[in-house]
Design a protein around this ligand. Sequence first.
Ligand code: PLP
Length: 750
Amino acid sequence: MANFFIPDDLNQQIYLDANATTPVLPDIAEVVCHTMQVCFGNPSSSHITGIQAKHLLEQTRQKARDVIGATEGDILFTSGATEGIQTAVVSTLIAAKQHGLSNPVLLYGATEHKAVPNTLKHWNQVLNVNAEVLAIPVDKYGILDLQFIAKHAANALMICTMAVNNETGIYQDLAAIEQVIRSKNESVAWMVDCVQALGKTPLALSKTSIDYAPFSGHKLYAPKGIGVLYIRKGSAYTPFIAGGGQESGMRSGTENLPGIAGLNKLFSLLLDQHDETFKPLAQLHGYRKQLHSALVDTFGHLTFNHAFSHSVATTLNFVVDGLTSKEVMDLFDAAGIRVSGGSACSSGASRSFVLDAMGLPSWQSENAIRLSFGPAMTQAEIDFACQKIRSLKPILAANCLVVSDSTTPSQELCALGLTQLRHQAACCWLYVDAKKQAVIIDPIIELIPRIEKMVTTQCLTVLAILDTHKHQERISARCLLASELGNHYQDMPSDELGWPIGQTCISLEGTELQRLATPGHSMDSVSYLLLDKQKQQVSYCFCGDLLLPGGLGNTAIEGGCSRAMANSLLNLNKHMVDSSIVCSGHDYQQCFALNWGVQKASTANLSALLAGELTIAEFASQKYITDQQQQSHTDPLCGYVETLSTASKQVTVKAAKQLLSESTTCLIDTREPYEHGANNVAQLFNMSSEQVINIPLSRMANAIVEQQLDQERCYVLLCRSGNRSRQAANNLTQLGYQHVYNLAGGLALL
Ligand code: PLP
């Protein structure tokens, strides 16, 4: 029986991303090592070492047949499922070149792994097949539209479907699909991607008319770089890799014997009725139930993106109501719980095409979390996973991410001062004073649940919800937010941008918010200035799209006027001091906290205008020209991005530890407080907790104004991967902090 190391302390990680890949089981790793070191022969060699290797190869092939129920047909060893898919597609398309159909189509399930449609499109083009590549739609449960298949099967050169989906675990009724395909087309090539089905559902391929079925070792505890392709007897075949004639000439290249040995052990474990490595289905269902309860206990309400009745037990795909997938992923990762975003299988994607194909609402597609475990998961590991998930509950409550169920809420005020909330590059600002009075500037629809949670958990009274102008690229979220906040919002008659009618300022504890008309980006643009009453200085200027970090907003839109912008900037300058923080409506450059001094220094036409080197007319004509030139930019409505040249100093872990050994050096954790709270950074660096400060990017502006940082002091910045902290280090460097170092690679490389 193969066993994993069972973590005995809560700091250990728990891996819940088995649909992406799995660790190699110790028993499998042992035979892989043995095959690399002892039984390392080349199966093509005629000596005894070679014969032993060949025996292992053929024995594994037979075991593969037994596991997938392939009494007939070919079993080929490949480098993985992607190669298996190429081989199947190329074989089919080469054979189908003489098809004689007037409107040939290639069909694939809309929720298929990208390896399938991309391979079909690629070879369709390269081989000049010129078939129409069509996605078979799915319903809201992710089930393929059989009528669509029935309609197109007669013209199809190939039909590709999958047994189990990698994002949702949803399985298809292969018997029903087969019935439809074969009733319309006896001979069309049918490929079924079985990658996520192995070890989770029984397979009997020779009892079906599936022509090709690719499998991958690394999805089930074998090493990466090894897979199997089943080819039905008589199905078209063209070797995808030619060469020395290995695999009976069907796939050349010296066989990956260590990988094959790994599969051998994996198949033995799957076939052994008495072995307990792979858990029975009932137990896997029990695991899912346990994880489900732990998640609900921790996060409150969840929305599942798949029906448990239509999916394998090892996948849970869900959205935490009111939290973005990024927030949940960051929190999990900080706590050592490895899960993935629902779109993890397509790197860089911000939403899930699988959930989109199922017609789920955007927020579900954008914020999906996939938690998946392998069928060798032990009860102890599941218990540990649930314990780790539940340990997040106090962190969530303390950071206003969930509503506390305590009857006597002792919620610490965690948004005192200014917080920047972002959706993509758009910024919304929440300012809270010591009396829990708040103002919200430029709210964004997508952020409403987050703002609502912050306001309600901290019992804030929102005095005003303001827009800096009528945003042309989105509808205002002011009214919707106001109604969501209920009696936390002090509703007063207000103008179109939310300013209370008849008031010259909004009075807050120690500060007051003033309004200044600053047309330019649009005629109705205003800036809100937060005045520190004691210092009689503007701390923050909420300027909408008048100014963008390191640049000026666009004037080449309806209502925009570069002359008016020049006058607004001159007027604004009368109110600002160099240390006033500019809080824009967009932050494309991830600057977070630029002040008026830096803004002037980095915006040439602004400084020239203020210095009197440009007249209003000259400024206006220059600005007009640059705006016209920027028209082709991806987001011309609000403004454009100029690159600020800043290069913060990057340090290795060793150098960071060296710097931090000085008691005067401070470590700034730039992750969100909920991530910071999930692990003990001071302990990781063997330093006192007084040397550690948590300033997330969203609170950078606040930290600057509250003078939490000292220009003369040495700081090492860190985050999970080194990206956020690099942005923060760049920002501080721009602001003139001299001794700022970023830990390159972040906590991940520690
Ligand atoms: N098909 C499915 C359903 C998968 O989940 C994956 C892996 O993510 C693949 C194909 C590609 O497999 P491999 O990594 O072996 O090329």
